[in-house]
Design a protein around this ligand. Sequence first.
Ligand code: ADP
Length: 301
Amino acid sequence: MSKRPSQLDDIVKYIIDISNGKSTLTEENISEEKDEQCQYILTSLLFMNQELEFSARLRQENLALSIKNKTLIEKSKEAEQFVYLASHDLKSPLLNVKSLLELVENDEENNLSNDSATFIKQGILSATRMAQLIDNLLDYAKLDILANIQLIDPIELIKQVAADLSGEILESNVIIDVSDNLPKINGDNVKIGALFQNIISNAIKYSKEGKSTIKITARQDGSNDVFCVEDNGIGIAKNDIHRLFDFFVRTGSSNKYQGSGIGLAHCKKIMQIHGGSIWVESEEGKYSKFLLSFPKPPMDK
Ligand code: ADP
């Protein structure tokens, strides 16, 4: 090589700096270099250093992400365990109270006044309802676990849901009109079933007297499939819409109907764990549209 030792020394120094992760080589250094061959080597070194820095940054970001992920998984496991324990510890004494009240109610030798008998009955009903709410909370905690991801045919799934709800459908004189052009959903069959069951049973429950129709359609929106369950029932007041998916929310005249105010909170979580979202459009006294946006299954994108 015809290079002067000082140039070679410089190059070696830059290589050592780069391998120690402390490169001082800049474009300015290179432009000051007169020798073309040397300039070429330095440019390659600069490029190599940029690549190294980039992949080191990427490695660090990945590491940070995986630590964050691990912490999140641990936190969610902790939260799940907490709900299990809290619910279990709440439920045992509650069931005990209920059993004791039932013993008093069924004791033929007690001479309870009418009022006391009514209070005991109400106590049993409240304890039963509270146990049900605790079960709902437990179900909610379990929702995080996605059991069986598969490609779901929503038409088949809705047929099954409608069969399970056939009693309510007949009683309320409701027609369910399902588009025959619904895209497949990538998800957990049981949870997506529970989602449609909640939305459709609400549409039946909050329908108006007389003949009602529930329409189920879907449209494409970029890389998402948006399903719409529309009813022409009692509708929802504008200022209730923003809190509809919160826990234990029951709106407007819903106290005329049986319910716990937990179904839509479940639906929101089911959509979240599938990477989707849910929202509602409604006009009080006229209609409600529940919109469910799912990411398209991978091969459909
Ligand atoms: P629940 O029906 O058990 O009360 P949900 O969480 O399923 O609980 O629904 C929350 C509230 O949203 C209901 O109490 C009702 O006020 C309102 N709601 C849900 N679906 C409809 C609907 N299709 N039409 C009108 N109101 C609805």
